[in-house]
Write a protein that binds this ligand. Structure first.
Ligand code: COA
Length: 162
């Protein structure tokens, strides 16, 4: 494995992160239609401190978005993964594993006890990776999405950290 570093994003990383997001979109991994290429990566809830990314020789290889629950009064112990992708040319190198480790460490640093995420039923590769990191399926919204004339489940997964 090459020497890959992980760090929190800055606004200067926005273009590279948006390019990975765009390049990894497919109907197998996203229920949303492909967005315009120039769509900003950061918004009100996706702020730089909530994006961890792996880089090598100044190139962004992949990222994971980890943000607090939108209901901090009752769910302050919950962090959400709401974006996770590795550039097509760098997939299969173990970077996904590194990013999930980084997300877990960051969640612990934020005193979380639980990380939640949602994944399409068709995205078996991501599901296997989450299972390998201790995430468990907690629910399934059956046929939640109609994608290319097929009904697809929304799978709810979570990691408990004690
Ligand atoms: C899911 C994703 C982030 C994984 O990143 P990655 O860097 O390729 O993952 P890793 O290299 O750490 O590999 C994870 C596992 O997938 C396996 N894998 C890698 N490339 C694969 C391929 N082309 N086909 C099937 N499995 C593959 C690896 O062997 C590894 O399994 P192992 O732990 O048993 O060895 C990446 O595939 C991706 O960006 N997918 C599109 C976006 C997406 O699905 N995001 C998740 C939304 S919920």
């Amino acid at each position: 494995m090459p020497d890959i570093e992980r760090r929190t994003a800055t606004h200067g990383d926005e273009r590279a992160l948006a390019a990975i997001d765009y390049a990894t979109w497919s109907t197998q991994v996203s229920p949303a239609p492909l967005w315009p290429r120039e769509t900003p990566f950061f918004d009100d809830r996706t702020t730089p401190e909530n994006v961890l990314f792996a880089h090598e020789d100044n190139a962004v290889l992949g990222y994971v978005k980890l943000r607090p629950s939108p209901m901090p009064a009752s769910s302050g112990h919950v962090q959400e993964i709401n974006g996770f992708a590795v550039g097509p040319n760098h997939q299969g190198r173990g970077i996904g594993h590194l990013l999930l480790d980084a997300a877990r460490n960051k969640a612990i640093e934020r005193r979380a006890r639980r990380i939640t995420l949602r994944v399409l039923g068709t995205n078996t590769r991501a599901q296997s990776l989450y299972l390998a990191h201790g995430y468990r399926v907690e629910g399934r919204l059956v046929g939640q999405f109609l994608i290319r004339n097929s009904y697809v489940d929304d799978v709810l997964m979570a990691l408990h950290m004690d």
